[in-house]
Design a binder for this molecule. Structure first.
Ligand code: FAD
Length: 433
């Protein structure tokens, strides 16, 4: 049995600062992540771009955070995915490394859930074609060595991530044909104006935009279909609209994501209250469940600074330390999150993008026509297997929420598909780690 004073799930920026802060104040800390390395989405390790990105500040932050973690005394366990919380203060995690899967039970006094966010995908005709990627997904592939040099890439969807992705892909040699943001200029203008108090965010936006040069950034525009080359079956063209006119854009790839969705499944399984889509926390990042804290994107989509700050607050709180001035800064970050949500609110037209035969649940091949008219998520699952494939509703769940207003009624273990042996695991079989 391995136990720790504090267990942190998720080694993104929030989890890293949480683990560091708690360990520095004398707590035994285990930090788990399902990736091979710490860093989360933004600091995902990989092959460096051929030319330096204009983000020295961010690189320095990453280096500093990873150095602080390494010297804090916290233990980092990578490749472990938490899939169950079978008893109070107990988690089960699975590690699959090519050999026999390894299941471990972990016990804690305090838990910090720092599970981050994922992209929201919305179905439209052709969205499952080869050549169509999630925006952050393509960025992650490229960091891992996937070649885009010389490829024409259209970037579309919603949220600040689009510009970051476009600037990244450009660095790796892609030709960005355009960036299409579904939010209208009138929605974005107040948000842009409100950034006066966050010069770092303005500078980041300017540096991304400058990197893109004359590439068009079209607000109030969105993809309506992706069209395949008849001979190869690969994407050859994306049709866009601005609501008044449509146009086609020939491209080799489409990188498309509609802002982010918080990963709240583990917190929900633990019984934490949600407020809207997000985990409800108090000013110390404590959830409604005693000794369970939550930090970073599951509590609100607010970006890197907020994740770092909230992680530190949660780690200090678990160690019984004061968090004074950090909390005031966090309040400002929460206001930023609220403005972000308003600015990138999805337009109603996106709900009518799918055709009757457009696949909505791509794990189980469930088309739109089999879902329309159902009473909700539970009936859709029972009657069509929507959400019952390997992603366990992580992709089609948020899509059906946007299309039909459905929300899942309950979260059940396992949180991720696991081998049967993992389900048969009992605490008597626990391996020491
Ligand atoms: C695909 C994607 C790409 C992004 N790219 C950028 C970018 O280029 N620039 C930018 O400014 N912002 C980017 N962001 C936003 C950025 O992630 C946030 O601003 C912020 O850094 C989030 O930090 P976090 O620690 O809350 O979450 P994350 O960085 O998401 O870290 C959460 C970690 O928890 C792990 N995890 C989740 N569930 C489990 C589990 N059950 N068991 C074990 N581990 C688990 C995840 O794999 C992940 O490593 C991106 C977001 C996404 C979703």
């Amino acid at each position: 049995m391995k136990r720790a004073d504090v267990i942190v799930v998720g080694a993104g920026p929030a989890g890293i600062t949480a683990a560091t802060a708690a360990a520095r104040h004398g707590q035994s800390v285990l930090l788990l992540d399902d990736n091979p390395r710490a860093g989360g989405q933004i600091w995902r390790g990989g092959i460096e771009p051929p030319s330096k990105l204009a983000k020295k500040g961010e690189d320095a932050k990453r280096g500093r955070a990873l150095y602080d973690l390494a010297s804090s005394g916290a233990t980092l366990l990578t490749g472990y995915r938490v899939f169950d919380a079978p008893a109070p203060r107990t988690l089960h995690a699975l590690r699959e490394t090519g050999g026999d899967p390894e299941v471990v039970a972990l016990q804690y006094d305090h838990l910090i859930v720092a599970t981050g966010a994922r992209e929201r995908f919305l179905p439209f005709p052709g969205w499952t074609l080869p050549g169509v990627f999630g925006a952050g997904g393509l960025q992650a592939l490229v960091k891992g060595g996937f070649p885009v040099r010389g490829k024409r890439v259209a970037v579309a969807g919603s949220g600040p991530l689009l510009l970051a992705v476009a600037a990244h892909l450009l660095q790796y040699g892609a030709h960005i044909t355009s960036v299409a943001e579904q939010a209208s200029l009138s929605q974005l203008a107040p948000f842009a104006a409100s950034l006066w108090s966050s010069p770092a965010k303005i500078l980041q936006g300017i540096s991304y935009r400058a990197a893109l040069g004359s590439t068009p950034y079209r607000t109030g525009s969105w993809p309506v279909s992706a069209i395949a080359d008849e001979a190869t079956g690969f994407l050859k063209n994306v049709r866009f609209t601005d609501g008044a006119k449509t146009w086609d854009e020939p491209c080799d790839m489409l990188a498309c994501g509609f802002h982010l969705v918080p990963n709240t499944e583990l917190a929900s399984l633990l019984g934490c209250n949600l407020r809207g889509d997000f985990v409800e926390v108090d000013e110390l990042q404590q959830t409604s469940v005693a000794n369970v804290y939550c930090a970073g994107e599951p509590t609100g989509i607010a970006g890197l600074e907020a994740a770092l700050l909230q992680g530190e607050i949660a780690g200090l709180a678990c160690a019984g330390q004061k968090t004074g001035s950090l909390r005031a800064r966090n309040t400002a970050q929460q206001k930023f999150a609220a403005r972000l949500e308003t600015a990138f609110r999805l337009r109603p037209e996106l709900r009518s993008l799918p055709a009757l035969d457009t696949i909505v649940c791509r794990c189980e091949d469930v088309p739109y026509e089999n879902l329309a008219g159902r009473s909700g998520w539970t009936e859709a699952k029972l009657q069509t297997r929507c959400g019952m494939g390997p992603c366990q509703g992580r992709i089609c769940g948020p899509a059906t929420q946007t299309l039909f207003g459905w929300t899942p009624k309950s979260i059940r273990p396992p949180l991720f598909p696991v081998p049967v042996s993992a389900l048969c695991f009992h605490d008597s079989q626990q391996k020491s780690i």
